[in-house]
Write a protein that binds this ligand. Sequence first.
Ligand SMILES: NC(=O)c1ccc[n+]([C@@H]2O[C@H](COP(=O)([O-])OP(=O)(O)OC[C@H]3O[C@@H](n4cnc5c(N)ncnc54)[C@H](O)[C@@H]3O)[C@@H](O)[C@H]2O)c1
Length: 318
Amino acid sequence: MKCLVTGAAGFIGAHLCRALLERGDEVVGLDCFTDYYPRAIKERAVADLRDWADWRLVEADLNQVDLPPLLGGVEVVFHLAAQPGVRASWGQRFETYVDNNIRATQRLLEAVKEFASGVRLVFAGSSSVYGNAPEFPTSEDVCPRPVSPYGVTKLAGEHLMGLYHANFALKTVSLRYFTVFGPGQRPDMAFHRFIKAALTGDTIRIFGDGRQSRDFTYVGDIVQATLAAAKAPEEGTVGQAFNVGGGNRMTVNDVLAVLAEVIGRRPRLEYQGVVKGDVRDTEADISRARSRLGYSPGTGMVDGLRAEAAWIEDVILK
Ligand SMILES: NC(=O)c1ccc[n+]([C@@H]2O[C@H](COP(=O)([O-])OP(=O)(O)OC[C@H]3O[C@@H](n4cnc5c(N)ncnc54)[C@H](O)[C@@H]3O)[C@@H](O)[C@H]2O)c1
C-alpha cells in the first residue's frame, strides 16, 4: 500500500513512517523542517529510513507544495504536520499555528477532494481540544472547549475533517492523541527536558505545583492506533474522532519519582508559575478506540521512560 505521511520527520511522524516501511508499505514523507526545534533532531529521526527502497522524503511546505503528484496512487494519507506546543501559541506566533494547523489542513483536504477522494485520511488531533474537561475519564461526547490557541487550531483542523466528510464524503478519521512520550520526543516537551536535566545534573524546572496530571501515551501505542485508524472498517470509523490515551494517568510529581528510580538519581527540582493554556488534568476514555479500532495500549510508564532516557543518552547527549 502506498501512503503519504505529512510531518514525516517529526517525533511521531518518523515512528509512523518506520512502522509503515517495516510492514512493507511504500511511503512518501512530506516535511518542511520548521524551525520550532533543531533540524538535526529531525534529520536523525529519519536518517535510517534511507535504507528502505520504498521511502521517499519530500522537503516542502504543505501550504505551497504541488499536492496532486504526491497523491498519485496513494491509498492512505496520515496528516501529522502541525505546529505543536501550547505555551508558544500565544501572541505573534499564533500566525504560524494558523498557517500550519488550519490553512495547511484545509489545503490538503481540498487537494484530496479534487484528486484523491477515495483515500482514507487520518488526522493527528489532540487532547488539548478538551481544555479543562468537566469529567474524567473524558469521552469523545464531551463538548470540546480548548483553553489554548494551539487547542483552538487543532479543533479547527478536526472540524475541517468533519466538514469534508459530511459534505464531500471524504473518508476522514480524527485521533485525539494524549501527551505522547518515548524516544524522539520533542525537546520542548516535559519528559525530554526532565530526563536531559536529570542525566546532566541540571535542575528540573516544573511549571505549576507538579500536581497536574496527564494521560501519558507511549509513542508505539500512538502508532498502533494510527495504523488501526487507516484499516478499520469504514462504518463507525470515518467521520469520527477517537481518543488515543495510554492508560498512564499520573501527576507530574509521580512521574518525577518514577524517573528518579529509572535514572538512579534524585534530581533537583524547581517549581515555577503555571503557564497559561496548560490544562490541569487529562484522562482519556478509550472505550471507543478499543471497540472500533481494536486499540489496546501496551507500554507503561517505567518501560516508556527507560526507552526515552536511553534515546536521550545515546542520541541527544552524544
Ligand atoms: N507530541 C504530542 O504529545 C502530541 C499530542 C497531541 C497531538 N499531537 C499532534 O501530533 C502531530 C505530530 O506531533 P509531534 O509531536 O510529532 O510534532 P513535531 O513538531 O515533532 O512534528 C510535526 C512535523 O510537521 C512539520 N510541519 C509543520 N508544518 C508543516 C507544513 N506546513 N508543511 C510540512 N511540514 C510541516 C514539522 O517540520 C515537524 O517535523 C501534530 O499534528 C501534533 O499536533 C502531538
